[in-house]
Design a protein around this ligand. Structure first.
Ligand SMILES: Cc1ncc(COP(=O)(O)O)c(C=O)c1O
Length: 383
C-alpha cells in the first residue's frame, strides 16, 4: 500500500487556518435571522466591487446563473450566436444554449488553453451578438484582441471568470498587432472588469470558494446591472411587481459572510498558487514528454495543467493514482464533442488534441514543497 496521499485539492487545511474568522461571520448571520440577500450580501457586493474595481457586483446562486443572467441582461435573445471556446466546462456553452442562443466554437491556442483571437473574425456571422472568452485554469484570455474585434463588429463581451478570481490581464501572450491605447486601458485590470459583463463562480473548489454554491455578475453598465438585479429575483424591481420572467437566483447571506472573510485572504492565496506553479515548472523543466503551462504574472493557477505527450496521458494519470496522487483531466471531452453539440460544428483540432493531453496536478495554496516534489518526481518517472 502506498504511503503517499496527495489529492488534487485539499480544502480542509485552508478552513483550519481561517476557522475562527469564518465561525464568527457565520454566527453573526445566524443571530441576524436574515438569510437571503440582505445587508451581508450587500456588504460583500460592495467589498468585491471595490476589490475588482468595477461599478456593480451582483451576487447570484452559481457561476452558471451568472452566465445565463449576464447573457440575458446584455440583451442576448433566442436566435443569436455567441462565440466561445470549445475547451471549457459545459456550463460555458450550456448557458448560451439556455438563453436560446447558439454557441459557436472557435479553437484555442495550445500555449494558453484559451480561445484563439486570430480565429474569431472568421466565425462571425450576421447573427453573432457576443463573444464569451473563458479565462481557463485562471489564465486571462487575449482580451485586447477580443475587445478590438468586438468593437469592430459591434459585439458584446461576457467573460467567463469562473476559474479566475483575482487574475489580472497583463497583455496578450500571442503578441497582437492591436492598438496600444486599447491595451493600455485594460492592462493591469482584473478579469471580469474588462468586457461588458464578468461572471464568477464561488463553487467551493474555486480560488474564491464559498461553502456551497454561489456566483457573481460584474459590470460597469448601469442598465445591465439593473436588469441582472431584476432577473435574479423573478424579474421584479420591487417585490411582487414582476416585470419579466426571471429566476430564483439569490446569493445567500451565509455564503456572502464566508466570502467576505475569504476575500481578505485571496491575494495571499493566489500568490501561493503562483509559487506552487513556479516550483512545479522548475522541477519539471527539461523533462521530455511533458509541456508545462506558460507562466504569467496575472495567472492565478486555479489549475496547474501540463500536457503529457506521446499518447501517454491516461496511463500517467493511472500510475499517479496508484502512487497515491490525485491528478485530473479538465476536460476530456471538449464541449463541441458532447452529445448535444456533436456534429453541429466545424472541427477544432487544437482543442481535440489538448483534450487527449491535458493533466491537472494537485494544486492548492497550502501545498507544501515536499508534496510538489513528490508529485513532480512521480510524474517524471512515468514519462
Ligand atoms: C469555466 C466554468 N464556467 C462556468 C462554471 C459554472 O460555475 P458553477 O459551478 O458555480 O455554476 C464553472 C464551474 O464549475 C467553470 O469552471
Amino acid at each position: 500500500m502506498s504511503q503517499i496521499n496527495i489529492p488534487i485539492l485539499d480544502l480542509k487545511s485552508q478552513y483550519q487556518a481561517i476557522k475562527a474568522e469564518i465561525q464568527t461571520a457565520v454566527n453573526q448571520v445566524l443571530d441576524s435571522g436574515q438569510f437571503i440577500l440582505g445587508p451581508v450580501v450587500k456588504a460583500f457586493e460592495t467589498d468585491v466591487a471595490n476589490y475588482l474595481g468595477v461599478k456593480h457586483a451582483i451576487g447570484v446562486n452559481s457561476g452558471t446563473d451568472a452566465l445565463v443572467i449576464g447573457l440575458r441582461a446584455m440583451g442576448i435573445v433566442p436566435g443569436d450566436e455567441v462565440i466561445t471556446t470549445p475547451f471549457s466546462f459545459f456550463a460555458t456553452a450550456e448557458s448560451i444554449s439556455m438563453v436560446g442562443a447558439t454557441p459557436v466554437f472557435v479553437d484555442i491556442q495550445a500555449d494558453s488553453f484559451n480561445i484563439d483571437p486570430n480565429l474569431i473574425e472568421a466565425a462571425i456571422t450576421p447573427k453573432t451578438k457576443a463573444i464569451m472568452p473563458v479565462h481557463l485554469y485562471g489564465n486571462p484570455a487575449a482580451m485586447t484582441q477580443i475587445l478590438e474585434i468586438a468593437a469592430k463588429h459591434n459585439l458584446k463581451v461576457i467573460e467567463d471568470c469562473a476559474q479566475a478570481f483575482g487574475a489580472v490581464y497583463k497583455g496578450d501572450s500571442a503578441g497582437c498587432g492591436c492598438g496600444e491605447a486599447a491595451r493600455d486601458r485594460i492592462l493591469g485590470s482584473y478579469v471580469g472588469t474588462i468586457g461588458d459583463v464578468g461572471a464568477f463562480s464561488f463553487f467551493p473548489t474555486k480560488n474564491l470558494g464559498a461553502y456551497g454554491d454561489g456566483g457573481l455578475i460584474t459590470t460597469n453598465d448601469d442598465q445591465v446591472a439593473e436588469t441582472a438585479r431584476m432577473l435574479r429575483v423573478h424579474g421584479a424591481k420591487e417585490r411582487y411587481n414582476n416585470l419579466m420572467l426571471g429566476y430564483n437566483s439569490r446569493l445567500d447571506a451565509m455564503q456572502a459572510a464566508i466570502l467576505q472573510v475569504k476575500l481578505r485572504h485571496i491575494d495571499g492565496w493566489n500568490h501561493q498558487r503562483q509559487q506552487v506553479a513556479k516550483t512545479y515548472s522548475q522541477l519539471l523543466a527539461g523533462a521530455d514528454g511533458v509541456i508545462v503551462p506558460k507562466f504569467s504574472e496575472g495567472h492565478v493557477f486555479h489549475q496547474y495543467t501540463v500536457r503529457v505527450l506521446g499518447g501517454k496521458r491516461d496511463q500517467v494519470k493511472q500510475a499517479l493514482a496508484e502512487a497515491g496522487i490525485g491528478a485530473m483531466i479538465y476536460y476530456p471531452i471538449p464541449q463541441d464533442k458532447l452529445p448535444i453539440y456533436l456534429g453541429l460544428h466545424a472541427e477544432n483540432p487544437v482543442s481535440n488534441q489538448l483534450g487527449q493531453e491535458v493533466l491537472s496536478l494537485p494544486m492548492w495554496p497550502e501545498l507544501a514543497s515536499a508534496q510538489i516534489e513528490t508529485v513532480a518526481t512521480a510524474l517524471k518517472s512515468q514519462l
